[in-house]
Ligand binder design. Structure first.
Ligand SMILES: C[S@@+](CC[C@H](N)C(=O)[O-])C[C@H]1O[C@@H](n2cnc3c(N)ncnc32)[C@H](O)[C@@H]1O
Length: 201
């Protein structure tokens, strides 16, 4: 989806995603001592960026949807925190090297050649000792999970992501994880997510 399509989607409803952080983001980063600057790549309406800011991180929220970033700013204001929003296409993003202590990528799904450009840049943007976290819909989700994009070209495995980060970082976790969800009929289902956590060398 291009930026205009995302703008359209975000314009269509109050909050497309919830205001609460993604469960894996909260689980993985909740124990991390807030220690400086964080970047949320593809921040959307800011649920994760705002949560990080509430915990004491100084957060840059990057997204190419202006509508999403306006909503993220509103969510931040409602929660009494500040975000720096950056209206940027991540495929063209040129972050300062080692400028961040934490980089988060949650549910960014681009064709793999574009992901393969973005992921090393995110690693480059983090200082030595800093944390990298990616959570996204797993490549196995269409067949064995529920919801999310069905196009295999925009899905990935934890191993694919870890392979790209390994030259830059020590991989702490690279796993397919299960997220309980409720379908339209109210039934409990399980979505499969790819989770990769790494520490920048
Ligand atoms: C599924 S949403 C996830 C939002 C947020 N990370 C979350 O977990 O709530 C995907 C986001 O990626 C953004 N996005 C997609 N392609 C992008 C690109 N090339 N550059 C910047 N943002 C992009 C979209 O605008 C959208 O906000």
């Amino acid at each position: 989806m291009d930026a205009a399509s995302w703008d359209e989607r975000y314009r269509g409803s109050e909050l497309v995603w919830k205001a609460e952080p993604n469960r894996f983001v909260a689980e993985e980063l909740g124990g991390l001592k807030p220690s400086g600057r964080a970047v949320d790549c593809a921040a959307g309406e800011g649920r994760n960026a705002v949560w990080l800011a509430q915990r004491g991180w100084e957060v840059d929220a990057v997204d190419f949807s202006a509508v999403a970033l306006e909503k993220a700013e509103r969510l931040a204001a409602d929660q009494g925190v500040r975000l720096r929003t950056m209206h940027t296409d991540l495929t063209l993003w040129a972050p300062e090297e080692a400028g961040y202590d934490l980089a988060l990528i949650a549910y960014l799904h681009l064709p793999w050649p574009q992901m393969a450009q973005v992921l090393p840049r995110a690693a480059d943007a983090v200082r030595s000792g800093g944390t990298l976290l990616l959570v996204g819909h797993d490549a196995a989700n269409p067949e064995r999970g529920y919801g999310g994009p069905q196009d295999p070209r925009v899905l990935y495995t934890p191993e694919q992501v870890a392979d790209l980060w390994r030259p830059y970082a020590d991989i702490l976790r690279a796993e397919t994880v299960t997220r309980p969800v409720t379908d339209a009929e109210g039934n409990s289902r399980a979505a499969l997510d790819a989770l990769v956590r790494a520490v920048r060398r």
